[in-house]
Design a protein around this ligand. Structure first.
Ligand code: NAD
Ligand code: FES
Length: 279
């Protein structure tokens, strides 16, 4: 059992949870993820590591309530049944910052995709690399951790779909305006956003890294649930990724695979909502 310090709502759809898990964070480098289980019979939820405090042994995760499992996670107050990690590979720039010194780096984050972007930008700053962030959300109330990201980025460009904060538009509009300023782009958010960012950066020949978050079960390369097509080859997001070359990912297939269990997920979510309403 893993002690929870807090599990609090931070926007209309997202929560932040802090849990004691020293072994997960001792060796982690940004880009890696953890898999949590709320109860013994819960589904396994993969969540990219958002922040950590190595001295206190604390792991911080941000999650969006999108289905029954994440709704169930909001009920966890004292302990999580299980936390596994760190899983997957770290971000290639964070793994080898010396190699990227002098490169002009932009992070493009959509919605809760800002959570895995934050530790990378922070880590790079600690290693002498400044990066810019383009951060988009549907509206002002869905922009999270603004102060934290501003503390570590050189410059943050905000965009909202409805224009309620920053410029009105998508992250791709903001990126297009300044794409010539960058050599490398790291994009994390909805698959459709990562697809459109990658199409844009390909036009300008800007190296692009994306973080895939398909369905996962074991998180260790055994079940095949997280298969993605990259450069025409089958790759596992959990062991080969989660980050890949955005110019080589088959995003259309990824979107199709994400929708396979939509119907079943909706039924489970409705059941969980009813269970929560009945206490
Ligand atoms: P959202 O649908 O609210 O979109 C966020 C932003 O993405 C938009 O404001 C816009 O700027 C951009 N965007 C959306 N559609 C676009 C399009 N067609 N073209 C260009 N830009 C577009 O996002 P959300 O509901 O917060 O969802 C965030 C997503 O990020 C989820 O799908 C989640 O699974 C994913 N995510 C991924 C990781 C990871 O590690 N890979 C981590 C956290 C979240
Ligand atoms: Fe099973 Fe990746 S989650 S192979």
């Amino acid at each position: 059992m893993y002690k929870i310090l807090y599990n609090k709502k931070i926007s209309s759809t997202s929560y932040e949870i802090a849990v004691e898990a020293p072994f997960v964070i001792n060796k982690c480098i940004p880009g890696q993820f953890a898999i949590v289980m709320t109860y013994e019979d819960s589904e396994r939820i993969p969540l990219t590591i958002y922040d950590y405090d190595k001295e206190k042994g604390l792991l911080y995760l941000i999650y969006q309530v999108v289905g029954a499992s994440t709704l169930e996670l909001t009920n966890a107050k004292k302990y999580l049944y299980s936390v596994s990690g760190p899983l997957g590979n770290s971000n290639e720039i964070c793994k080898n910052p010396e190699k990227y010194k002098g490169k002009r780096i932009v992070y493009v984050a959509g919605g809760v995709g800002i959570a895995p972007v934050y530790p990378q930008v922070k880590y790079l700053k600690e290693h002498g690399i400044e990066s810019d962030v383009i951060y988009g959300a549907r509206s002002r109330d869905m922009l999270i951790i603004r102060n934290k990201i501003q503390d570590v980025a050189r410059k943050v460009y905000y965009v909202t779909d409805d224009g309620s904060y920053g410029k009105k538009g998508f992250v791709t509009d903001a990126l297009k305006k300044r794409i010539k300023d960058y050599d490398i782009c790291v994009s994390i958010g909805p698959v459709i956003m990562m697809k459109n960012v990658s199409l844009l950066t390909k036009e300008y020949n800007v190296k692009t890294i994306v973080s895939m978050n398909p369905l996962m079960v074991d998180g260790s390369g055994m079940c095949g649930a997280c298969r993605c097509e990259v450069d025409g080859k089958s790759k596992f997001a959990c062991t080969d990724g989660p980050e890949f070359d955005g110019h080589k990912v088959n995003f259309d297939l990824a979107m199709k695979r994400m929708n396979i269990y939509k119907e079943e997920e909706k039924i489970k979510l409705d059941e969980m909502k009813k269970r929560n309403e009945n206490g």
